[in-house]
Design a protein around this ligand. Structure first.
Ligand SMILES: Cc1cc2nc3c(=O)[nH]c(=O)nc-3n(C[C@H](O)[C@H](O)[C@H](O)COP(=O)(O)OP(=O)(O)OC[C@H]3O[C@@H](n4cnc5c(N)ncnc54)[C@H](O)[C@@H]3O)c2cc1C
Length: 500
């Protein structure tokens, strides 16, 4: 057998070269510079699966525009708690990225993050009432102080002309806008992070598939590797393994056999986007405009019309149109879903199938949508959109978490979940939302769960990297403003004045 890994042992093995592994690697490199780290990615470059800029929407999720983070309660009121949490999590990501930029560990921020105002946009009486209530619930909080609200066609047209032009002037519309929203190219950021790792002693292996994982007799894990280009196989031993394989994580977690993985299943949702690369059209829209989800739609299928910056080029994106495929990865296999069914997760999976008829109906409707229906959906946001200016592209796969539930047998969960082995020698990430935007707080949670002893000793370093770490910014408005302005400067983003 040929050992295709250059080293037979590493302190840490990162499986997958997406934003999550790259972020965890960047943390570990700074917290424990002497640990040996190897990264294995099955594709030929980093960030080509969900983290690729055209496989996701690139929204820096800070709850400035996504209505699903603050739904209306039965009495019509809006609780801002979840929106505040998401925003604070994104502030932590901004602080970590600023730390890396300020120390020249990664390149120019313009290559991966740009200011794009975030807007929510709704039609009709009921949705307008909801949006106003949401605005009033969020506006008093420092992190949402820049938010503006309008029901006026003229004002909304100033913010985003394409969504108003050609619309019936009598139509009831309403919008909010937060100028400091961002578009993030998570693929470019992943490349920056992996380059930093590669330049600092991390062994980076592209084109390497991790095909198996089993407990090593003397502790740690033995990983089986395959290099499909040459057919070579190999093995590496690791003290600690991060299963950062995105949609591929469930299979590897199941293969590890850890009790904490039992009962988990995956429900894949595929998607498509419309993309417009016509520079003259793209120049007329500078916003990410998020609407309301249709009945039964999963929260991440809310339609939005976005400005995107990818490889320095500005373009527009609309979608997503949800679909169903049994792949867990875009570059995966139709067998992914059937092969993930185990005696331990069959009951939760059946319970989810029974209890989520709305979602099933929604997906069937989405899959049945013809091209013309998709263009009509686009015209709800951009009434004068011309079919010929847009191309349909396939987005990444999202594998939603199915897990055991004592009452229902099984539930479908739309967030992310960190799974950690009891002895801390293995950690994994399942799920997809809010996703890449919160890679930093998610990887901190993983470090806390898998390295509880070291974690205490890392506190001052973490605080040094992210001065807002461990602080509730909503309760510390002066620090919130200070950090927001400092990170805006480092990341070359639009700042928000303290009093706005
Ligand atoms: C349609 C869509 C829209 C989204 N929009 C947003 C958004 O607007 N904002 C946001 O913040 N997030 C968004 N997300 C979520 C975000 O893209 C993901 O949360 C994030 O990219 C996940 O990163 P990851 O590193 O876990 O996974 P990935 O980027 O998928 O990386 C996992 C890597 O592991 C590799 N791999 C898998 N199996 C193996 C194996 N056995 N051996 C070796 N390598 C392996 C894969 O090839 C892949 O490169 C969106 C996702 C989708 C699908």
């Amino acid at each position: 057998m040929t050992f295709i890994s250059k080293t037979p042992h590493a302190d840490v093995v990162l499986i997958g070269g997406g934003i999550m592994s790259a972020t965890l690697g960047a943390f570990l490199k700074q917290l424990e510079p002497n640990w040996t780290i190897s990264l294995f990615e099955r594709l030929d470059q980093p960030g080509l699966e969900s983290s690729d800029p055209w496989n996701n929407a690139g929204t820096g999720h800070a709850a400035l525009c996504e209505l699903n983070y603050s739904p209306a309660a039965k009495d019509g009121s809006v609780n801002p708690a979840k929106a505040l949490l998401i925003n604070e999590q994104f502030q932590l990501s901004r602080q970590f990225w600023s730390h890396l930029v300020d120390r020249n560990l990664i390149g120019s921020p313009k290559g991966f993050i740009n200011t794009v105002p975030h807007m929510s946009f709704v039609l009709g009486e009921d949705h307008t009432r909801f949006l106003k209530t949401r605005y009033e619930a969020l506006k008093p909080h420092t992190l949402f102080r820049s938010m503006e609200y309008s029901e006026d066609h003229g004002q909304i047209a100033k913010w985003a002309p394409l969504i108003v032009k050609g619309r019936d002037p009598k139509q009831r519309i309403a919008a909010t806008r937060a100028v400091e929203g961002t578009d993030v190219d998570f693929g470019a950021l992943t490349r920056e992070l992996t380059t930093y790792l590669g330049n600092n002693g991390v062994e980076i292996n592209y084109g390497h598939d991790v095909t198996g994982i089993s407990r090593a007799s003397g502790g740690g894990w033995d990983l089986s590797l395959k290099y499909p280009k040459s057919g070579e196989h190999g093995k590496i031993h690791a003290k600690f393994v991060f299963v950062g394989a995105g949609g591929g994580a469930l299979h590897l977690l199941q293969a590890s056999g850890i009790p904490e993985s039992k009962g988990y299943g995956g429900f894949p949702v595929s998607g498509q986007f419309f993309r417009c690369t016509d520079e003259a059209i793209a120049a007329q829209h500078s916003a990410k405009v998020y609407g309301q989800a249709s009945v039964g739609a999963p929260p991440m299928s809310v339609p939005h019309l976005d400005t995107r910056y990818v490889n320095g080029k500005r373009s527009l994106l609309f979608g997503p149109y949800a679909g169903f495929s049994t792949n867990f990865l875009k570059n995966g296999s139709y067998l992914d879903l059937p092969l993930s069914i185990r005696p331990g997760n069959i009951i939760p999976m059946l319970a989810v199938a029974k209890d989520n008829m709305d979602l099933t109906a929604y997906l069937i409707k989405e899959v049945a949508k013809r091209h013309g229906d998709k263009v009509e959906a686009l015209r709800e946001y951009y009434p004068e959109a011309k079919d010929g200016d847009w191309e349909l592209i396939t987005a990444g796969q999202r594998v939603q978490i199915i897990k055991k539930d004592p009452q229902k047998g099984g539930i479908l969960q739309f967030g992310t979940e960190v799974i950690a082995g009891r002895d801390g020698s293995i950690g994994a990430l399942l799920g997809a939302s809010p996703g890449a935007s919160t890679a930093v707080p998610i990887m901190i949670e993983l470090l806390q769960k898998t390295f509880p002893k070291n974690f205490k000793g890392w506190q001052s370093k973490l605080k040094d990297m992210m001065p807002g770490y461990g602080v509730k910014l909503d309760e510390n408005p002066d620090l919130a403003v200070e950090l927001e302005q400092a990170t805006a400067k480092s990341l070359q983003l639009e700042g928000v004045s303290a009093s706005r």
